[in-house]
Design a protein around this ligand. Sequence first.
Ligand SMILES: C[S@@+](CC[C@H](N)C(=O)[O-])C[C@H]1O[C@@H](n2cnc3c(N)ncnc32)[C@H](O)[C@@H]1O
Length: 208
Amino acid sequence: MRKLTPELLDHLPHDDPGAMRSRSDLRRINRFMGNEGWITSVIPKRANHITEIGAGDGHLISKLSQQRPEVEITAYDLAPRPAHLPDSVKWIEGDLFSHAHPSHGGTLIANLFLHHFTDTQLETLGEWMRNFKTVIINEPLRSRLPMLLGKIAAPFVHPITRHDMRVSIEAGFAPGELAKTLKFEKQGFKFREMTDWRGAIRVLASRV
Ligand SMILES: C[S@@+](CC[C@H](N)C(=O)[O-])C[C@H]1O[C@@H](n2cnc3c(N)ncnc32)[C@H](O)[C@@H]1O
């Protein structure tokens, strides 16, 4: 069963030195897990609007805006707009749940974000996604091997990351849980799910 414990990074000021170190660890974790590579590889070629929820330090959307300058990009996060972000990217700061669901559609990305929320909140988020044509999700896989990999990595990361890595895996997802909680079938999404031994569970959903 999922266990939700608050993550330290979510409650620290954006410019706290520990939070900055932990965000840099997160970039290394994303690289090790191959998360951004997978996400980039499944974004439809014809996408004309890409939205990322829980965009963090904006690393992925910065890269996407360079790779696809013709595509409109919108990002949501509690954190303020990252300084390095190209002007063309629209950044919406604040609690995602306080923003109405977007009507523009296109492709939605959630990377290491959905595990923050209870099943009830995820049901609301599933509704929030209703206008998107494609939804790309990458989350922690809740199983023994990722927990072991986290323990091996522990001495090499900041204590904030060490804590958040463990609670993220405990709040992560087992096969079948994501699409079921988000009610993708009811919403008319066709989806496939895959896992990666490095600790990811991935769902690629598109409207039939
Ligand atoms: C684990 S980080 C992942 C960031 C980024 N996707 C990455 O992989 O580096 C989760 C992000 O979700 C954001 N977040 C958490 N709760 C949120 C909420 N209710 N609304 C918007 N953003 C939220 C946090 O500020 C944080 O940047």
